[in-house]
Design a binder for this molecule. Structure first.
Ligand code: FAD
Length: 377
């Protein structure tokens, strides 16, 4: 259920102030130490940021998708590490339970996730199953009241810290695609679970991913999201969760782009004006999409519209976030004032979002075109 306009306004103001006054000054420290300070995490808990998308009945703020997108947009104005801390509890780590969980699962897990008492992670990707997630190999074989999970999950955000994993595993060994996959809620202290070394990424220091290895981990059948009635339904759950996550990330990316555009350019004024005019148009259209499409999200989903829609949205927003830094860098190099601007840092921060989702060939073609074209202006 949506917040009343006044409360939403207050929340947005608070988040904006928190980003500008508390988080932005910490960016370099977070990048250097590869960690978000614990007192900041505690402040995030107190602000309710871990439970933005969790319904009020289960201890969260119960924001609608459109409202959550507005908060994500503001969080895009600072290092992605901060958003990552709260990202999984609001998105891929909780929404499976919100959307398809049993009442008992919701009551048990959602209040802990909303308060930030525990951190959750989403285990879908595998060494041999990335974009084509339906081909995953992790198996869950029935033994009495349990399923025994075996397999390795890769690039798991918050994997090193999570207390709860949503694990996608094949319960029908005959199946070859998403139809034989179920989603399990797996507590991190179950025997047989281990975590690989933290992945070293080019950007987004302070956000952590790693392999999570399940070596014959016993999990009660009751831990299937939605209970045994949802056996074999896991891939659908994953796709619904990711559709929502794409909207969230889109809004973050537009926030990143807006931050970059706000950096004042000195010199080459006409070039800057032309570029800003161009970017403004792109940003506006992506911003409009990121902030308005979510309003229609429940209707669109109810009508069973192809989730490709959301894929298109995320590409569009990422495009904006990705094209802005190279253009900015080119402008600054031309005007000879490259030092001390955070463009490189912000650019590195956005790259993992793109890798994590969709490769956009046209976008890559755009880079050299921009770089070659601009110096001739
Ligand atoms: C920072 C970060 C955080 C992540 N967090 C999580 C997480 O929390 N949980 C999780 O489960 N996963 C996570 N991932 C993994 C992410 O979902 C995968 O990286 C993504 O699904 C792509 O899979 P892949 O890396 O195996 O690439 P691949 O699937 O190997 O794709 C490589 C490239 O080939 C392209 N490609 C693939 N198939 C085709 C095709 N048929 N036709 C044309 N092009 C194709 C892709 O678009 C891509 O550009 C994360 C990744 C990153 C980078």
């Amino acid at each position: 259920m949506a917040l009343d306009p006044e409360t939403l306004e207050q929340l947005l103001e608070t988040v904006q102030r928190f980003v500008a006054e508390r988080l932005m000054p910490l960016e370099d420290r977070v990048a250097e130490e590869d960690a978000v300070p614990l007192d900041v995490v505690e402040e995030m808990r107190n602000l309710g940021l871990f439970g933005l998308s969790v319904p009020e009945a289960y201890g969260g703020l119960g924001l609608s998708m459109a409202e959550e997108a507005q908060v994500a947009f503001l969080l895009g104005g600072t290092s992605p590490a901060f958003r990552s801390i709260i990202g999984t509890n609001n998105g891929i780590g909780s929404q499976g339970i919100v959307m398809d969980g049993t009442e008992e699962q919701k009551r048990y897990w959602l209040p802990r996730l909303a308060s930030g008492e525990i951190v959750s992670a989403f285990c879908l990707t595998e060494p041999e199953a990335g974009s084509d997630a339906g081909s995953l190999h992790t198996s869950a074989r029935r033994e009495g009241d349990d399923y025994i999970i075996r397999g390795t999950k890769r690039f798991i955000t918050n994997g090193p810290h999570a207390e709860l994993f949503t694990v996608f595993a094949r319960t029908d060994p005959q199946s070859k695609d998403g139809r034989g996959v179920s989603a399990f809620l797996v507590e991190a202290d179950r025997p047989g679970i281990s975590r690989g070394r933290r992945d070293r990424k080019m950007g987004q220091q302070g956000t952590h991913t790693c392999d999570v290895i399940f070596d014959d981990v016993p999990v009660p059948a009751a831990n299937i999201i939605g209970g045994e009635a949802k056996l074999g339904h896991g891939f659908k759950t994953a796709m619904k969760v990711l559709d929502r996550g794409r909207l969230h990330i889109s809004a973050v990316c537009v926030g990143v782009a807006e931050r970059l555009i706000a950096i004042p350019a000195i010199g080459v004024v006409i070039v800057v004006m032309i570029i800003y005019f161009f970017l403004g148009m792109v940003l506006d259209s992506a911003g409009m999409m990121a902030l308005t499409v979510p309003i229609f999200f429940p209707i669109v989903t109810a009508l069973g519209v192809d989730p490709l829609w959301f894929g298109i949205l995320v590409v569009r927003a990422m495009e904006v976030a990705m094209i802005t830094p190279p253009i900015g860098i080119t402008v600054y190099v031309m005007s000879g004032i490259a030092p001390d601007i955070p463009l490189q840092k912000i650019f590195k921060g956005i790259v993992p979002f793109v890798i994590a989702d969709i490769f956009h060939i046209a976008l890559l073609m755009l880079f050299p075109a921009i770089v070659l074209f601009l110096p001739n202006l």
